[in-house]
Design a protein around this ligand. Structure first.
Ligand code: ATP
Ligand code: MG
Length: 409
């Protein structure tokens, strides 16, 4: 039995050259992914509006974890494992359909089913209707417990009659949807060890936004263990990116200065502002067009409408906050779904807690914040933080290597 994958893309409304470019970027991401998974020789061909992935070597069955990984690639609608029927006879098609019914047996029994045929080889002696009817009829003979339901079947068996071979599909996996990574540009994602920011990153990757991750590390006020946690989180998000980077930026010095000179109740807002300012400086250097955070409206004191607005007026770049309207419970559900939750809830030292005022302001005064920024621009501190950042590169599997700091050579 020879298995293959039919992979369909999600948003096809684009026309002409853009569409070709999107397809090409999607194919590249898939190719890198399969290559990294060491599946052996393979090919990815266009099959109408979809990709057909086939093994070219001795491998011929699709491992389940391979499919789970593909579900993290932005831009894909459905992943369908198919059996390739080389003989192109109704008997061979029937044998494949029978195997897929037996495979379903462990999940549910009995069930209703439907056979649907698409014939791109118009010279095939039977038409689509005849093939569907014949296969359905034969299946009912072998499995009398089953019933056909043409409107809402539990189980759909699709048959694609192609020129070289026939594909029989029975299982369907939903992809992440959205747009191929990189097609929406590039952003800097502020990732902390919490639950929210990895989910925010996932949402923007889904819309095709490639990302460089930054973590502001309050060294020496916080130990090195938190770094391992952040590396783990980025590794979990990495399959959605073809390659990505994490910069661990030392932030203790800047926090210390703010701690020394600002009203205590303004520390939280100012920490956030200087993080965003530093991220903006980085974005300028690496040509990124936006910042991403995991802010949710009203979630904590730094995320009130007033505080978010004050911060915004002092930034040039757009700040994308995809979680702004989500409830914490909803964010947690997403974190579980994308597999970051378990890592996010691991305890870690938090310097914000260390410096945190007892009563952080929820209504920052814009003039005060502006004035503080004028008096303490901390430009050289920001540059020095960036130039001493530790940089890690991640591949599509989430494996990482440490890089030389490349920013200010
Ligand atoms: P999360 O929001 O990820 O659960 P958190 O709740 O600890 O973490 P908040 O205090 O809610 O973080 O901060 C809001 C957002 O600011 C985060 O989602 C993240 O985008 C950014 N942020 C906070 N702390 C850091 C940090 N140390 N490094 C990078 N970004 C940070
Ligand atoms: Mg948060």
């Amino acid at each position: 039995m020879q298995q293959a994958l039919l992979i369909s893309v999600d948003e096809l409304w684009l026309k002409g050259k853009n569409r070709d470019d999107y397809f090409e970027m999607m194919r590249e991401h898939l190719r890198e992914y399969f290559f990294a998974q060491q599946v052996g020789p393979f090919s990815i061909r266009n099959q109408g509006q979809r990709f057909l992935f086939e093994f070219r070597g001795p491998h011929n069955t699709i491992p389940e974890n391979l499919i789970n990984g593909i579900r993290l690639l932005p831009g894909l609608h459905t992943i369908i494992p198919v059996e390739c029927v080389v003989e192109r006879t109704i008997e061979a098609m029937f044998a494949a359909a029978q195997r897929s019914i037996l495979k379903m047996k462990s999940k549910k029994w009995p069930f209703t089913f439907k056979v649907e045929t698409y014939r791109s080889d118009k010279k095939f002696p039977m038409n689509s209707m005849e093939i569907s009817r014949q296969l359905g009829h034969q299946l009912l003979e072998v499995f009398p417990e089953l019933k056909v339901d043409v409107h809402k079947p539990d189980f759909l068996i699709e048959v694609f009659v192609e020129h070289e071979k026939i594909l029989v599909a029975s299982e369907y996996f939903r992809g992440m949807g959205g747009l191929p990574i990189g097609t929406a540009g590039h952003a800097v994602t502020l990732i902390s060890g919490g639950i929210d920011s990895p989910v925010a990153s996932y949402f923007m990757a889904k819309r095709g936004l490639a990302q460089t991750f930054v973590f502001f590390h309050a060294y020496p006020y916080v130990g090195d263990e938190v770094k391992e946690k952040i590396i783990k989180l980025v590794a979990l998000l990495a399959p959605s990116h073809r390659t990505t980077r994490l910069m661990v930026i030392p932030f203790g010095k800047i926090q210390e200065i703010i701690g020394m000179h600002a009203y205590p109740e303004y520390r939280t807002v100012l920490f956030r502002l200087y993080m965003l300012k530093t991220a903006e400086l980085l974005a300028e250097k690496i040509n990124a067009g936006a910042l991403i955070t995991g802010d949710g409206l009203g979630q904590v004191s730094s995320q009130t409408l007033v505080n978010l607005s004050v911060i915004n007026t002092l930034l040039k770049l757009i700040v994308l906050r995809p979680l702004i309207g989500l409830n914490k419970i909803e964010i947690i559900e997403w974190a579980k779904k994308i597999g970051t939750y378990e890592t996010s809830i691991m305890p870690h030292d938090d310097a914000c807690a260390l410096f945190a005022p007892k009563r952080p302001t929820t209504r920052a005064n814009q003039d005060y914040v502006k004035e503080f920024l004028l008096r303490h621009p901390l430009g050289s501190e920001q540059l020095s933080a960036l130039s001493t950042a530790q940089i890690y590169a991640f591949d599509v599997r989430g494996h990482h290597t440490k890089l030389q700091n490349f920013l200010f050579e």
